[in-house]
Ligand binder design. Structure first.
Ligand code: C5P
Length: 227
């Protein structure tokens, strides 16, 4: 199933505390951004990559793309204040696509096996997102005191990629912009329209590089994969 992918890469990465875009930090021998891009460069089903970038980082990112031989990037539109705005600026530039994947540029360990299942499910059903089952006991807490132990069986930790039929995510993103609705992921925008979103079981390795400890996990995953 062919698809194009939107990679929001315009965050400030405050929680990483690196003093620069965390996507430029190295894991083993290359920047996180290049690890993520390489997955899609190597996937024959991926027909185009859209990168949302900060305007002041565009030239540097273009230099990285050239240095690492990345050939599939179709556009680098300016990102926005929130991740949702960054994704939307890419969607506005896309045309004649059936399936769109939205994937955090900060999740470099996504595998083609999961991508295929997401794209196929989105093609058949409209919307499919990656997630893993909650491993820990989950409780609700108010002012430091437990108010409820939540049934873990129905709880999933949601990741990206999130895959959609193009017309569906375009409508959902346009409506959200029009009414000023801000979601924490793209699926929320589609859920708002009353459309079913399906879950595809992903991997615990598909972590988002968010804080400094995540870089340690990242190095360990890469070392394990190259063994
Ligand atoms: O901050 P967080 O790690 O949750 O961001 C997820 C992804 O969204 C990152 O790849 C980041 O660069 C991107 N992002 C963006 N525009 C924003 C905020 C985040 O493109 N305004």
């Amino acid at each position: 199933m062919r698809y194009e992918v939107v990679l929001p890469a315009a965050g400030s990465g405050k929680r990483m505390g690196a003093g620069k875009n965390k996507l430029f930090l190295q894991l083993q021998d290359r920047p996180i951004l290049i690890h993520t891009l390489t997955v899609f460069e190597q996937d024959a089903n991926c027909t185009g990559i859209w990168l949302a970038v900060k305007p002041e980082e565009r030239t540097f990112i273009q230099e990285l793309l050239t240095a690492y031989g990345m050939t599939k990037v179709k556009g680098l539109p300016a990102g926005g204040e929130e991740r949702q705005h960054s994704v939307h600026s890419c969607i506005k530039e896309m045309k004649e696509v059936d399936i769109v994947l939205v994937h955090d540029a900060a999740r470099p360990f996504i595998t083609q096996e999961i991508i295929v299942r997401l794209a196929q499910t989105a093609y058949e059903k409209g919307a499919a997102i990656a997630g893993v089952r909650a491993k820990d006991t989950m409780k609700k807490v108010t002012e430091g005191v437990i108010t409820e132990t939540v049934d873990r069986e129905s709880l999933w930790v949601i990741q990206t990629p999130q895959a959609f039929r193009f017309d569906l995510i375009k409508e959902a993103a346009d409506v959200a912009e029009k009414i000023g609705f801000l979601g924490t992921d793209e699926a929320m925008l589609v859920e708002r329209l009353g459309h079913k979103v399906h879950i595809v079981e992903s991997s615990y390795e598909n972590v988002k590089m968010t804080t400094k400890e995540d870089l340690l996990f990242g190095e360990a995953i890469l070392a394990n994969r190259s063994r």
